[in-house]
Structures are given as C-alpha cells and as structure tokens.
Design a protein around this ligand. Structure first.
Ligand SMILES: NC(=O)c1ccc[n+]([C@@H]2O[C@H](COP(=O)([O-])OP(=O)(O)OC[C@H]3O[C@@H](n4cnc5c(N)ncnc54)[C@H](O)[C@@H]3O)[C@@H](O)[C@H]2O)c1
Length: 333
C-alpha cells in the first residue's frame, strides 16, 4: 500500500506533460510534487504555471526526494530507457509515455527492472483510455461480433505541425513514425483482437512533407496466430487537422461493428438487427492516470497497459519500421 496523497514528479515539462498535470490536479489521490527537466527554463516555467511547485534541471536530485513516490516521464522517446531505469533504481512507481522504449531490448530491460522491485509500471498508450477504443474493446470482449477476423483502424488526423519538430522528426530519437505514433494503432488492434501477433507488413509514404526525412502516411498489416488480420492506416498528411478523423471496422464471426467520426455513435450489425452504441464521454488522460493510481494504491503491479503489453507494441513498431525498409513482412518473435 502507498501513502495518500501520492507525490508525483513530472519529468519532462513539454507538450504532453500539460495533459498529465491536468489529470494529476483533478485526482485527490495524488499531488504534483514538481518538475524535472534538462531545460531549467521549461522546468521553472511549468512550476510557475502550476502554483509554484518545486522544480529542478537535475533529475538525479529530484529522484532522491522522499516526498516523490511516483513519476510521470514525458521526455523524448530515446530517453525513456535511461530515465525509466533510474526511476526504478530510485524505488518510484512510473507512468511512462509511449513508446516504452525505442528497441525491444530496452523495453524488456525496463519491464524486468520494475518487476524486480515490485514497482508499478504503466505506459501511456492513451488511446486505450479514449471512448472509441474502450467501446470497441468492450463490445468485442462481450462477444458482440463473435471472434474478430478483420479489423481496420484508420487514424487520419493531419496535424503535421506544430508537434512535428526537433526530435520527433529524427527517426534515431523517435524510433521512426511506425514506432512513435504507430504504437497507438498497433497496441489497440492487438488489444481488441486479443491474439498473438505473428507478422507485420508495412509501407510508408511522404505525402505532404517531402522535405522531411519522415513518413507521414503509413499502412501496417498485422497477422495474428488465430488467423485474424488488422489493417492500420495512419496519416499526418490528411486534412482536416484533427485526431477525431478516424474510421474503425471490426468484422467478426457474429457481427460487424463500425465507427466513423469521433463522437458519432458506433453501429453494430448482428443477427438481431442494427444497434446504436453509446459513444461515451470520458476524459482519456484522467482515466489513464486513475488506472495507474488504482494499481499503485492497491499495491497491484498489474496495470491496464502493462509493461509486457507495451513491450509487445514496441516489438510491433520496430517490426513495422524494418518492414518499410525491406519491403517484406517481418515476423514478430
Ligand atoms: N500519449 C500520447 O498521446 C502522446 C502524445 C504526444 C507525445 N507523447 C509522448 O510524450 C513524450 C514527450 O513528448 P512531447 O511532445 O511532450 O515532447 P516535448 O519535446 O514537447 O517535451 C519533452 C521535454 O523533455 C525534456 N527532456 C528531454 N530530455 C530529457 C531528459 N533526459 N531528462 C529530463 N527532461 C528531458 C525536454 O527539455 C522537453 O521539455 C514522448 O515520449 C512522446 O512520444 C505521447
């Protein structure tokens, strides 16, 4: 059991940190213990915006603070492995931004470090906590479409700027687009289908940003041990520029589920007819934080997005990157 409220240190005070901080402020089970960022300006500014909490540019020093029980790491992808291992060594629980790591080996090292110390590791695959994803998951899990045989997930938001900058467009730092953002889709379809992925075949194109050395349009096909197939389509080239522009199709042995625009009610076709499903209204980042805190306060290391699941998403993303280079399907071991 952990003390309450839990002191939460945010490491990395950039764009996504704001959403985590808002979730922390809204949950009475935790308090914001401060910010650590290699940029003193960013740490100071974030602390100032959030009531003058402590800040530092020295992560090591922050990790020695006894009032820090847990950390949320919101730093560039290539720093996750080093920081996660340091958080584990300091004996703190961790909510780590996706992807867990940029290599399969790094992902495994992080999972092992937290398991060894009985610390709670959750990975911010935030789409898992969005209504559309949870609705699809819960309907499949309840047997609404029978066994899923074909899933199509298209996320077509065209928001190439402002968040495509610096490290994000450097594949060495981000791990490449199939890993950096592709993990959201690869994780979701695997969660929905609930079978072991065996191969990934991916193709990347540059539709709008030929001057950038990055694929802005991806197609990824995942095959599963039970014969199911997932087709993921992802674009930062399409307009309008919104995360809400997505398309979900789940064909199963007993029905068909479709979901068009975010906020639209999903449709389910089965033998009894056509049904409108509830689109839901939850705040994804609050739900994500809440699930992690549930686990920490209960002393339960099984989190809704466990290290093992996030490591599998990394393996799929890495396989997709390799497939784009070779032009061939890549087996997932
Ligand atoms: N879950 C989601 O939907 C979602 C959305 C966007 C970004 N992300 C992830 O969040 C993370 C951060 O993305 P962002 O857009 O906020 O990046 P950002 O560049 O806006 O912010 C990163 C911050 O980390 C700091 N930093 C860099 N290296 C550091 C280190 N070693 N120690 C401490 N601080 C360090 C930088 O100074 C910067 O302030 C990435 O892993 C990204 O993949 C997730």
């Amino acid at each position: 059991m952990s003390r309450s409220p839990l002191g939460v240190l945010v490491i990395g005070a950039g764009a996504i940190a704001d959403l985590h901080v808002a979730a922390v402020a809204a949950d009475p089970r935790c308090v914001l213990a401060g910010f650590a960022d290699v940029s003193a300006d960013r740490a100071r500014s974030a602390a100032h915006r959030n009531g003058g909490v402590p800040w530092t540019a020295d992560v090591a020093e922050a990790l020695t603070r006894p009032d820090v029980d847990a950390c949320i790491v919101c730093t560039p992808n290539d720093t996750h492995e080093d920081l996660a291992l340091r958080v584990a060594a300091a004996g703190k629980h961790l909510l780590l931004e996706k992807p867990l790591a940029t290599t399969a080996e790094g992902a495994e090292a992080i999972v092992a470090a937290f398991a060894r110390r009985d610390l709670v590791l959750a990975v911010a695959h935030s789409h898992r906590f969005y209504d559309y994803a949870r609705t699809v998951h819960d309907e499949i899990a309840a047997g609404a479409v029978g066994r899923p045989t074909l899933v199509r997930l298209a996320l077509l938001g065209g928001w190439i700027w402002p968040d495509w900058r610096t490290w994000v467009i450097d594949p060495v730092r981000s791990g490449g687009h199939a890993l950096h953002n592709g993990v959201h889709l690869l994780d979701l379809v695997t969660w929905w289908i609930d079978s072991r992925p065996v191969s990934v075949y991916a193709r990347g194109q540059r539709r709008t940003a030929t001057e950038l050395d990055v694929h802005d349009y991806l197609e990824m096909v995942v095959e599963y041990a039970d014969g199911a197939v997932a087709i993921c389509e992802m674009s930062r080239a399409h307009r309008p520029a919104t995360l809400s522009h997505r398309d979900v199709v789940v064909q199963g042995t007993g029905g068909l589920l479709t979901m068009a625009w975010d906020g639209d009610s999903p449709l389910l076709w089965d033998e009894k007819g056509t049904h409108l499903l509830d689109p839901g209204v939850a705040d994804g980042f609050a739900a994500q934080l809440g699930a992690w805190l549930d686990a920490v306060t209960a002393g339960d290391t099984r989190t809704p997005v466990s290290g093992e699941e996030a490591a599998l998403a990394v393996a799929l993303g890495v396989a997709a990157e390799r497939s784009m280079v070779s032009g061939l399907p890549v087996e997932v071991s």
